[in-house]
Write a protein that binds this ligand. Structure first.
Ligand code: HEC
Length: 233
């Protein structure tokens, strides 16, 4: 036997030994817990496995019998400031409105600097959504005439004035959402409500006054409590 043959022989022997250890280890595992599988099944393609034998929870990591630790040690508790930064929603009744105040005149100045480029002078005629408009003045035909769908505005469609605060504060100006301070948002809200003919020129918007503003479309919406069939309104 040449030296080369001897070396090959030795490496084959080692390989066989490793394989035997691996097979033993696999079958030992397969007897050790609820997530029982035999060695053949472990190497079979997924489609060949018996249905029901691979329920997800037991299968994860094959360690179903070990209880999970109480904590995994990742991350840390969020601080109140961090939670507060996300907790910005304003409800129809005004819950969630921050302290602050704004006037129509201040709103006009901020609008001219930050909004007019997209929404047009006085809230219409811009490249994007018109924010001002009370047409059609009579009725509420939006659902009946598809041509009117693009004509919905704050003034003729939105049921709650507080939504204006919520939306502007979280989403506008479009390129830098979240950048406006509460006083600026209150001012823009005052200005847009004024342009829509809903509040007077000297209106001051605060957490107390804004929820009291009744929008023209407020009574146009009904609760959707349909359950099908003849109950559909
Ligand atoms: C870069 C363009 C841009 C700028 C600047 C911008 N907006 Fe908008 N705005 C949009 C677009 C686009 C939409 C529609 C977004 C959508 O429907 O998802 C929109 C929607 C709105 C709406 C909702 C309209 C509706 O009836 O659904 C309001 C209110 C609004 N913007 C207010 C403002 C205010 C106030 C400012 C200034 C602080 C501002 N926007 C600046 C592009 C802009």
């Amino acid at each position: 036997m040449s030296r080369l043959d001897g070396a090959l022989d030795e490496s084959m022997r080692r390989f066989a030994l490793r394989l035997a250890v691996a097979v033993l280890a696999t079958s030992a595992l397969s007897c050790s817990g609820e997530g029982r599988r035999d060695a053949n099944e472990a190497s079979a393609p997924p489609s060949a496995s018996a249905p029901g034998d691979r329920g997800l929870p037991n299968d994860v990591g094959g360690a179903a019998s070990e209880p999970w630790p109480e904590r995994f040690g990742f991350g840390r508790e969020a601080t109140q400031a961090e939670i507060g930064a996300w907790d910005i929603d304003v409800m129809p009744d005004g819950r969630g409105l921050p302290a602050g105040r704004g006037t129509v005149a201040e709103g006009a100045a901020i609008y001219a600097a930050q909004c007019v480029v997209c929404h047009g002078p006085a809230g219409k005629g811009g490249q994007y959504d018109a924010l001002v408009g009370r047409e059609p003045a009579q009725g509420f035909p939006f659902g009946k005439d598809a041509a009117l769908l693009g004509k919905r505005t704050v003034g003729n469609y939105w049921p709650y004035a507080t939504t204006l605060y919520d939306y502007i504060s979280r989403a506008m100006p479009q390129a830098v959402p979240g950048s406006l301070a509460p006083d600026e948002v209150y001012s823009l809200v005052a200005y847009l409500l004024f342009l829509n003919g809903i509040v007077p020129k000297d209106a001051v918007m605060t957490a107390e006054t804004l929820p009291k503003v009744e929008m023209p479309a407020r009574r146009r919406f009904v609760q959707d409590n349909r359950r099908g069939g003849a109950e559909i309104r």
